[in-house]
Ligand binder design. Structure first.
Ligand SMILES: [Zn+2]
Length: 226
């Protein structure tokens, strides 16, 4: 009898505990799901912050679109070393833009500013753009060009020629394809001196023959204004 009573008590107790467990189960599940969601959100925020800290780039499609915008800028011949770096919710862009190697510095600068403005206008995710202008493709660093003589050394080398000419108005140097191209600009009076022109032509040919650094030597004459 005592055993029977104990069995009934035990059964009741078991049934009561079971009902408590079944009543608490949804709460436990809800808490577990909530905890998982909080952990997941925290993880995503931490991963995003970490990616910004380790300088991630924009995705390939965005980079390709920025490249297209740069290439579509009038005066841009090619684009290389295009790099992007995420910063907060935007990105910084660095690009080397190749232009015609014989245009002036000011025209090259204008093309760079135009390319920068286009990228900022057409790509809301871009915070700023740094455009480096190249006169030729320098993906492979051109050690030869860096060994070429600077302006002072070039002018010293040109002395035998310059000594046979009236004082030039301007001398432009172009460092291209591992050589120096020289353009000498003379005043209008030079064009009227037929004998002087013949002597200048011979002097230029002579100078080219003795200067391995020079790929081209050109005399220009200003026609107007005087
Ligand atoms: Zn470059």
């Amino acid at each position: 009898m005592v055993r029977l009573v104990r069995f009934i008590q035990c059964s009741l107790a078991t049934r009561d505990t079971g009902s408590e467990v079944s009543a608490a189960l949804p709460d436990v599940l809800a808490a577990a799901i909530m905890g998982f969601m909080i952990l997941r959100m925290g993880g995503e925020l931490a991963w995003g912050a970490l990616q910004e800290l380790i300088d991630t780039a924009l995705d390939e499609e965005q980079v390709a679109q920025i490249r297209s915008t740069l290439l579509a800028t009038p005066g841009v011949v090619d684009v290389h070393e295009l790099r992007t770096r995420r910063m907060a919710h935007q990105a910084l862009v660095d690009a080397h833009v190749q232009v015609d190697g014989r245009i002036s510095v000011s025209e090259g600068h204008r093309i760079a500013e135009s390319a920068r403005a286009r990228v900022l206008r057409e790509h809301a995710e871009v915070l700023d753009v740094l455009v480096h202008i190249d006169p030729e493709d320098d993906v492979v660093p051109d050690a030869v060009t860096m060994k070429l003589p600077g302006r002072e050394a070039v002018l010293r080398e040109l002395q035998p020629l310059l000594a046979k000419l009236p004082a030039p108005r301007r001398i432009d140097l172009h460092y291209l394809s591992g050589h120096v191209e020289v353009e000498i600009f003379m005043g209008q009076e030079f064009a009227h001196d037929a004998e002087g022109l013949r002597r200048a032509e011979a002097a230029v040919i002579d100078q080219l023959g003795r200067s391995p650094n020079f790929a081209r030597l050109v005399l220009n004459c200003q026609v107007a204004p005087k």
